[in-house]
Design a protein around this ligand. Structure first.
Ligand code: ADP
Length: 423
């Protein structure tokens, strides 16, 4: 079997989000953690998603690793690539959304792509080029204070322009509303004028359906996960993948569980507060972690003493003022790193104690935890919330379940709800 759509995601929660959306079609979706070795001979699924951790890497490194991922996918038949980033366009003026797109476009020999992070089911919409989170523009949302990629503008064209060399353009909602054929015409007109990077407005899933139909033959599509929802159907209509309506099945896992949270996003803060009301909890302090080995040792001891099957959470989740204070003392990267390293080490310990159900909150955090569990391939199960599936993997001959929740996804009771789903 060869790959019909090869996907590259800039973080792990984003990858599982995209995999979940594609899996709704009933098709087999492979989720790879990092770029598999070139000689990997596991049979590829028609939809393969490679999870990277390159959202905040230096631009050159992000380009190098995404090129490697593209090579792996293209060597297995993928002629079309999907570059997945966050529905809140998490990036900085340097990148990495734009530079990676341009490098992938060059690799694929194409001169135009679209940038569509809209995810209406999770209340991310684009109107007149401005990205809204719920009722407010991106720069008035909690993303304003993100520890790594604070978003201080809502206009996607303005955010993208400094990241790319080519011209940036826009298709406004009244044009989108005229449907796929009209949008395709607009894209051709923009291409004629040398406009390579197009932001289409999208406020509903119907808008996304029309856009995906218009770009279904693009060699590179970029966006959030919701734009991909109709691609399996469109590819099936062209005969690139078989028609299917398969049921998603989940393997059984032992009941030991833990919630690990390194996300400081507003929704995660509410979720952590909700869970702490009924679960045993341990808070990690980045300043103490940076101070020496004692803080981690204390967390390890606490974890070792917990009842395996009882609800428990370890979190570094904190209010913006506390995050700012930690960053001021340690620097942004160091503050993030000590927390990620600690949660990764604790995930490994938890597995050793028999935990087989992991709920992880935070994109960067999920990358650190998944890598610590040394998992290179996950299968994708049912969604706990839109874009957040349970995934299943093997470690040392044992099956474990892991769900990777991006900061602002899910409702307040997400952690309880996720664990209840596994019975
Ligand atoms: P989200 O999905 O909400 O963006 P991430 O895990 O991607 O969450 O990013 C949160 C970052 O903040 C991580 O690098 C994490 O280690 C860091 N972090 C977590 N808690 C704190 C804290 N109390 N102070 C400073 N940084 C923190």
């Amino acid at each position: 079997m060869s790959i019909a759509l090869g996907c590259i995601a800039d973080d792990f929660t984003g990858a599982s989000d995209l995999a979940a959306i594609l899996a709704r079609s009933g098709h087999q979706v492979g989720l790879r953690i990092g770029v598999p070795p070139a000689d990997d001979d596991s049979p590829p699924a028609p939809f393969e998603v490679i999870a990277l951790k390159c959202r905040t890497e230096p631009v050159d490194e992000a380009i190098a690793v995404t090129q490697k991922a593209a090579d792996w996918l293209m060597a297995r038949g993928a002629g079309q690539l999907y570059w997945k980033y966050c529905s809140t366009f998490d990036s900085t003026p340097d990148g990495n959304i734009g530079p990676v797109s341009e490098a992938l476009m060059a690799r694929l020999g194409t001169k135009q792509s679209i940038y569509c992070p809209a995810f209406p089911e999770n209340r991310r919409s684009i109107y007149m080029g401005n990205l809204f989170v719920g009722d407010v523009p991106l720069d008035e949302s909690p993303m304003r204070d993100h520890p790594l990629t604070p978003m201080r503008d809502a206009n996607l064209m303005r955010l993208l322009a400094p990241q790319v060399e080519g011209k940036v353009g826009h298709i406004a909602w009244p044009e989108i509303a005229k449907g796929a054929t009209h949008i395709a015409g607009q894209l051709r007109a923009l291409a004629y004028n040398g406009v390579q990077h197009i932001v289409p407005d999208a406020i509903s899933q119907a808008d996304l359906a029309a856009i995906s139909e218009a770009v279904q033959d693009f060699k590179l599509i970029t966006g959030g996960s919701a734009l991909a929802l109709d691609l399996p159907r469109l590819l099936a209509a062209k005969g690139s993948v078989a028609e299917t309506g398969g049921e998603i099945t989940a393997p059984a896992t032992a009941a030991g569980n833990i919630v690990l949270s390194g996300s400081c996003s507003a929704m995660t803060r509410a979720q952590v507060a909700d869970y702490c009301a009924s679960a045993a909890s341990f808070r990690l302090d980045p300043l103490a972690l940076a101070d020496g080995p004692d803080a981690l040792a204390e967390a390890r001891q606490w974890l070792a003493a917990q009842d395996l099957k009882a609800a428990k959470i370890i979190y570094a989740t904190a209010e913006p003022a506390d995050v700012a204070a930690a960053q001021e003392q340690l620097g942004r990267d160091k503050a993030g790193q000590v927390v990620e390293d600690a949660l990764a080490a604790l995930a490994g310990d938890a597995f050793g104690h028999g935990v087989r159900r992991f709920v992880v909150a935070g994109g960067e955090t999920s990358g650190a935890v998944t890598q610590a569990l040394a998992t290179d391939r996950l299968s994708v199960g049912r969604e706990v919330a839109p874009g957040v599936p349970w995934c299943f993997a093997e470690r040392g001959g044992e099956t474990f379940a892991i769900t990777l929740k991006s900061g602002n996804f899910g409702t307040e009771d997400f952690f309880t709800r996720a664990l209840e789903m596994l019975g």
